[in-house]
Design a protein around this ligand. Sequence first.
Ligand code: FAD
Length: 691
Amino acid sequence: MAPKRCNLLLIYGSQTGQSKSIAEDIKTKAESLNYDVEMMSMDDSVEKIPWKEYRFLIIITSSTGDGDPPENAGIFWKKIRSKNLENDYLCHLVYALLGLGDTNYTTFLGYPKSVEKQLQKLGAKQFYKSGWADDAVGLEIVVDPWIENLLPALENQILNPQTLPDTIPASDIPVEQSSITITPELAVVPEVEKQLTVSYKKQEEELEKCILGLSNLKMSASPLSECDLKVPVLPVSYLELKFNSELIFFPEDVLRKPMPSSRTPVFQAKIKSLKQLTSEKAAKTTLETTLEFSPAEIEYQPGDSIGVCCANCSEEVDALLHRLNMTDQADIPFKLRVKEEFATMKSGTKPKYEVPSHLPNLATLRFVLTRCCEIRSVPRKALIRILAEFSSDDVEKRRLLELCSLQGSNDYTRLVRQPELNVLDFLNTFASCHPPVERLLEQLPRLLARPYSLSSSPLKDPKSASFVFNVVEFPVQDGRTYERKGVATGELSRMFDKIKTGSTDSVGSNGNGRAFSLSVFLRTNSGFSLPKSSETPLILIGPGTGVAPFLGFLAHREELVKRDPSLTCGPIWLFYGCRNRDQDYLFKDDLERWHSIGILTRLLVTFSRENKPSQPKYVQDLIQVYAVSLVKLIEKGACVYVCGDAKNMAKDVMQAFTAAFQTARQLDEEQAKKAVVQLQIEKRYLQDIWT
Ligand code: FAD
């Protein structure tokens, strides 16, 4: 066996599993080139810090909230920021960093950029330009070429240790070895593939000229259909399932496990009520869920959110099992383990492959596909590469290889990522594709809990909490092969339908007489809580379901005043928006009542579809109207809270506040932007936004 080329430390900070899965991809590639790779989470790496036995460090990390570390990177962050570290603490290291972010959020890539700054402060040197990927336009646009050039850059660094990226731009490093070239007519067997020499021809420019629209998921168009393809290395198959009908599996043991970012353990909360808030005519269906629990299980504050552990739709799981030819084995318990040849470990180190932490060692396929795997996730290129491997039809195989190839990136973004296709859409489209289920389990990410802002106050009832949500719907189009609702909102909407159509005895009890319940946990506080003093003026901006936490704020204030009528309270202004006053004006009665009793000082509402040109259309337009008064309130110490849609609303609202500062204080745009940033620094401009 050839000697190992060098020791690499590969660490990831991952909230949703993306960074981890990218790190796994890099690990596979590096190991195929005979590098010795140690991979772990950033927090796990702290034990070994300052990593004296390594010279090469690769970091893949995302950013959460307002530029905070992901769940397994917070300890790392504390460690590398310790005041007692010398400036040469990490000077023995050269590093490469890939940051994952989303420009929908104001602090784009806050955490990865802070890590980079700190690494450099501690003497580490970059050997490859950092990649900053943006989920708003597609992570793969940056991630794919970054990974592509990473190992050549590392190779170059090993050969020329003095060269750092200022002298060798990453883009100039020759691309080779880390992936395989496939010619158009080819339906190759893996052994042959590995021996193919790489002849990457720079065809991107030509490909850009490809007339978009001619191709679809199943069919490609020229020039993509005719060019040589550079495709990812086939991921290693490392898991094995052993079915044994004598095993006994207890799902409860798995479901009780704590979830990432949870403040409380997961517990069952009964559904006390599930109500539709919008009229039948409304464009979206909005539901309100009220949960019931014992106060010992959850102690929350207005502004907190709850994590709902959801389950994939049973019909969809059935369809997937059927398509995988696993219906007969769906309920037979199995043991899941790493194949013998990958389970061995060097003394003192972790095994190279492990059963993914979200998969139980003992379970059934139905359980795993229902409760553990995000079967709706958009297949990553590595998974598409696997699907190609298991397609017997040459035309289908070629198309799948195109979709995961470097040259097919445009098609991947347009035909797979944008319509948010999933693995079942692929299996429905590519009839000859029959992957073993283990290959999917290796690739599908963890089914994440969905967070919802609580819309109630514990002072009103410590044994219950509510949240409000829109049912997300995806029609059959753009390659989607079946109609579906969002995972969590779909599950809740199906419960609602059962209640509404009377297939249950009454609200809260299903056909078996057992109450509907949800597995939930309280999420760590996002810094979106009420100020300590009730005298602080509040400016609340929450159109649509973004009003949810403010209902909690207002109910809380009402209770506080009830308990102490002499309480001095600052003014509260609420900006709310919806389409039509008769269709989707959520909590109209509550808001108007709070306004009438003085809890709410100003209730400012816009209706975007009422077509009255003289009236402001959106909350950001209303903010412009009240610019001077709002700035006065801010000067009196007001806190601004923005909640709801991150894609458009949050940015437009921030822009409106910038404009308000310009108007009220006669500032230019730069100065006004600085005023808003200053508010953020003082934690007086707070956002709880989601995409
Ligand atoms: P999934 O199956 O996860 O599908 C997600 C896809 O649906 C997304 O990729 C996107 O394309 C689309 N999508 C997601 N949300 C919407 C939407 N609102 N409208 C249209 N398309 C959408 N949501 C609420 O409704 N109310 C809340 O109070 C709330 N609070 C949140 C608080 C936080 C801190 C965060 C991070 C998110 C919050 N969300 C809230 C969003 C919520 O967690 C889910 O993402 C959303 O309900 C979709 O979940 P799902 O499983 O039904 O959809």
